[in-house]
Write a protein that binds this ligand. Structure first.
Ligand code: SAH
Length: 349
């Protein structure tokens, strides 16, 4: 086990078992050794590849989505554009290239990048130096119209797991023993309403931070206008399976063995996000990334780019294939929109 693992074990010895949510927060964000705090996880040489890193078309289509929503809503004079977890800043750079063609929209924007990692923030700074953007450590509720984009952000938010036992739902905790960190069930059950007929051994995952965030975004958009686009891997129908996972170097890894060295995430429960947001706002989707990108015109965009750069035609085809593949990203990844009540369907839905 690595040094962050030993530190977590010591914490457990003095304070007791950690929830998976507490473990995830330390493993991802410990200032000295947390996964996101210390490195750039993205790209072929990193641990995973995200849609904006596959092709510029992804960010460009999202930029066009934002411009269209702004137009649908009678072009507010000022509107905040927030991206949660911008990674290397690639999506935003590609989106702004398209947005630049609508100068009035670009002028109306107050661009905020919500990024916890100082390391990635520096990369975003470099990538976006031609634009006026600012940074924030956390999402802050807006007091005006809000456009919000989050690609592969919600999967990084901490989850808790509860396992169905004879005694009821018992929380799965992280404990420390002689062989390092392990999982154990909390002895006393937690009362969880509305969970239906779960088999013994069935698992439910809840993401309180994700739900609270979706609710707040919904409240802001319902009150002030705008729209949010959440894209991630996740599921629409909650079941009783677990999705907590660790990934390093493009392979699945042990979640507990080397905290901070691998990415830890969980599939997004889109039904829970939609339910939280629709307390105030209207939601559309989730729909598969494949259908979403096709409706936004990824085919036409590919054609246009290939005509300009015939040498890249094959590369562009591969990128479209990868982003829209029905057996891969095209269906595992989904898009959810959060919109004000009484607005027309946003593009792509
Ligand atoms: N959206 C990018 C990066 C995805 S990786 C892309 O698609 O390529 C997840 C991103 O979210 C990283 O930038 C990470 O540092 C950031 N992040 C994760 N948890 C966060 C949190 N709680 N607060 C702020 N940023 C967070």
């Amino acid at each position: 086990m690595n040094s962050l693992g030993h530190r977590i074990a010591k914490l457990i010895e003095t304070q007791g078992p950690l929830s998976i949510a507490q473990f995830m927060t330390i493993a991802l964000h410990d200032p000295a050794a947390g996964y996101y705090a210390t490195k750039d996880p993205l790209g072929v040489r990193g641990d995973f590849v995200t849609a904006p890193e596959i092709s510029q078309m992804f960010g460009e289509l999202i930029g066009a989505w934002c411009a269209e929503v702004w137009q649908q809503q009678e072009r507010p004079k000022t509107i905040r554009l927030v991206e949660l977890g911008p990674g290397r800043g690639t999506l935003m750079a590609d989106a702004l290239r398209v947005i630049r063609a609508v100068p009035q929209f670009l002028e109306a924007l107050d661009i905020v990048l919500v990024e916890a990692s100082p390391h990635l923030r520096a990369m975003q700074h470099e990538r976006l130096k031609d634009f006026s953007v600012r940074w924030s450590d956390r999402y802050e509720p807006a007091d005006g119209p809000l456009l919000l984009i989050a690609n592969e952000f919600f999967d990084a938010l901490p989850i808790r797991q509860f396992v169905r036992t004879e005694r009821g739902w018992c929380e799965r905790m992280v404990v420390a023993g002689n062989d390092g960190l392990g999982f154990a069930l909390s002895p006393s059950p937690t009362l969880i309403p509305g969970t239906g007929q779960a088999p013994i051994g069935g698992v439910i995952e809840v993401a309180p931070a994700a739900a609270a965030l979706a609710q707040d975004i919904g409240r802001t958009i319902a009150r002030w206008g705008g729209g949010a686009l959440i894209i991630d891997y996740g599921y629409e129908e909650p079941g009783f399976g677990e999705t907590l996972q660790a990934v390093g170097r493009h392979r699945f890894k042990d979640v507990l063995a080397n905290p901070g060295a691998v990415d830890v995430s969980a599939h997004v429960d889109f039904a829970a996000l939609a339910a939280a947001a629709s307390a105030n706002a209207k939601t559309f989707g989730p729909i598969g990334q494949s259908i979403f990108l096709e409706r936004l015109g990824i085919g036409e965009r590919r054609k246009m780019l290939a005509e300009k750069n015939p040498d890249h035609a094959f590369e562009l085809d591969m990128a479209v294939e990868r982003l829209t593949d029905f057996t891969g990203m095209g269906t595992l990844f989904k898009a959810l929109a959060i919109m004000p009540p009484n607005t027309p369907k946003p593009p792509g839905f």
